[in-house]
Design a protein around this ligand. Structure first.
Ligand code: S3P
Length: 178
């Protein structure tokens, strides 16, 4: 089966959602954000879902979404930063997707996290040491599952999207059929 989906993975605040939106637009693919799907399903924020039902429940929702997405085509999928924790999820996403890791230095992530962590339950109470530790553990997983990694550094979301599109068109799916 041709792998037509593009899956973005990476740590919280690495820019997955912004890049996925732009990329979906450029390619005329559907945009999917797993966090948004879960929020819409329960009509609650991620933070509220974690508080009311717990993390394991949330992770199970992510698994259900991955199960559904394995049959989908031509989607740009922005994943929650913890989806790499479950190999089942990643194997499902890989069935019809190429995985791109948006890699950013932890220092840069910490800066963004400082400005924007209110709907991220894993960050609200974490200090910078704990975030470093979490990043260290997760990094290995992003590395393991990605087909391509993109060092985002000072690039804008548009530049990152352009970069991914170039790789996709050259190496992943050269014949555009949509
Ligand atoms: C999480 C990342 C979040 C969201 C939830 C848990 C994680 O997504 O799924 O707060 O475990 O890293 P973003 O990476 O889009 O912030």
């Amino acid at each position: 089966m041709e792998k037509t989906n593009i899956v973005l993975i990476g740590f919280m605040c690495s820019g997955k959602t912004s890049v996925a939106r732009i990329l979906a637009n450029m390619l005329n693919f559907d945009f999917i954000d797993t966090d948004i799907l879960i929020e819409e399903r329960f009509n609650m924020s991620i933070d509220q879902i974690f508080n009311r039902y717990g993390e394991a429940f949330f992770r199970n929702q992510e698994l259900q979404i991955a199960e559904k997405l394995r049959n989908d085509k031509f989607k740009v999928i922005s994943t929650g930063g913890g989806m790499v924790l479950n190999p089942d999820i990643m194997n499902k996403l890989k069935v019809n997707g190429t995985i791109f890791w948006l890699k950013a230095p932890v220092k840069e992530l910490l800066k963004r996290i400082d400005q924007n962590n209110n709907n991220r339950p894993l960050l609200t109470k974490a200090n910078s040491y704990e975030i470093h530790m979490l990043y260290k553990k997760r990094r290995i997983l992003y590395e393991r599952y990605c087909d391509y990694s993109i060092y985002t550094g000072q690039k804008t979301p548009k530049q990152i999207a352009q970069y991914i599109m170039n790789i996709y068109k050259k190496e992943v799916y050269p014949i555009q059929k949509k």
